[in-house]
Every structure is written in C-alpha cells, then in structure tokens.
Write a protein of this length. Sequence first.
Length: 76
Amino acid sequence: MSTSDPKKVLKQLCYKVGKKAKFKKHNLSKERKHGNANKKCILCGSTKGHIGKYGLNVCRQCFRDEALNLGFKKYS
C-alpha cells in the first residue's frame, strides 16, 4: 500500500477488519470539535474572516457579496 490518501487505504483494507481498525486509530486525522478549522464559510469554504453572528456562518468577502440578498441594508 503506497498511497498518501487515507481514504484510499481504507478502501483497500475493507476485508481486513483488524488492520482497518488499527489504521483508523493511528493514521486518520481527528474530527475537529473547536477552533478555527471547525468554522468554515458555507459559501466558499474559507476559514478566515468568519462571521458567525446571527447564524450567518460566512466569511467577510462572501458577506459583502451576498449582504443585500440576505436582507441587510448598506448605510452610507
């Protein structure tokens, strides 16, 4: 097994239960429960400039593009 993608290796180990469990324990990345990597923009997937207020969950660039569609008004 000479592949860098863990999901491909899991497909190869589908019939070897013991080796599959050991591979999952030691080689797969853990699910993020908190931190920057957990908060992503729902439109572009970026983790920077995240606006989570009011349940928006978008980055600031996407917010500027979609603010009028979301119901926000621009005051000048």
